[in-house]
Design a protein around this ligand. Structure first.
Ligand SMILES: Nc1nc2c(ncn2[C@@H]2O[C@H](COP(=O)(O)OP(=O)(O)O)[C@@H](O)[C@H]2O)c(=O)[nH]1
Ligand SMILES: [Mg+2]
Length: 207
């Protein structure tokens, strides 16, 4: 007998699938329901660039870790209040390109292309900026709303590297934030940029 034919009152309870969010089932560690559809922000980028650290700085608590459906790849998501609006952030597995080679890359690509994402934060390592901008260009070409975070600026500065964020933002046509996540430098600017990108457009009246 399928659920719809069953006379039991349990069918009135929400089906677990309805709690899917970002395509994920809620994890065991969740203390807060993530069932409400908030705007979604995905953190993407190669491994070891600081995505998870930035995700933790943004979400602080109530993080849910779940396997992406049909895979063993874990994806973390958590809510944060940004300028009065609750946003759901998703920490994706490492990805170098939108053309996936590994299962992690396929999951990350699915998360940004198959789900409706309101903002993609592409995190890169300032020390290897030129190698990492390829994915930024792919995300822009895919017409995704992209914000570039150039992280690890502390290490880049120690190597004598200088990055002109305004020039980079102008050349790419997207907002750019320089960060040193371990020192929380750039965090306020990142939050302000995220708030700007996800805020609803001003009400306009058309006659
Ligand atoms: N020096 C420095 N280390 C960082 C910075 N951000 C992250 N890390 C470190 O880089 C490593 C990888 O960070 P993680 O957040 O796991 O990267 P992910 O693989 O992109 O999620 C960790 O040891 C972090 O502490 C940063 O801005 N500066
Ligand atoms: Mg990580």
């Amino acid at each position: 007998m399928n659920c719809h034919d069953c006379p039991q009152s349990c069918r009135l309870k929400p089906h677990p699938q309805r709690r899917r969010f970002f395509g994920l089932l809620p994890g065991k560690s969740s203390k807060q329901s993530l069932a409400v559809a908030h705007k979604k922000v995905a953190l993407v980028g190669p491994p070891n660039v600081g995505k998870s650290l930035i995700f933790n700085l943004l979400t602080k608590t109530y993080v849910t870790v779940s396997n992406y459906p049909g895979t063993t790849v874990e994806v973390a998501q958590g809510n944060a209040n940004v300028a009065g609006e609750i946003l759901t952030f998703c920490d994706t597995p490492g990805m170098y390109s939108l053309i996936p080679i590994t299962e992690e890359e396929r999951v990350a690509r699915d998360l940004v292309l198959s789900q409706k994402v309101d903002l993609v934060i592409h995190v890169v390592d300032a020390k290897n900026l030129d190698r990492m901008l390829n994915l930024t260009l792919q995300l822009i070409e895919a017409k995704l709303p992209v914000l570039l975070v150039v992280n690890m600026m502390d290490e880049a500065r120690q190597l004598g590297l200088r990055i002109d964020e305004h020039q980079l933002a102008y050349q790419l046509g997207i907002p750019v934030v320089l960060m040193s996540a371990v020192q929380k430098i750039g965090l306020r600017k990142l939050i302000a940029e995220v708030a700007d990108r996800v805020q609803p457009p001003l009400l306009s009246t058309s006659y």
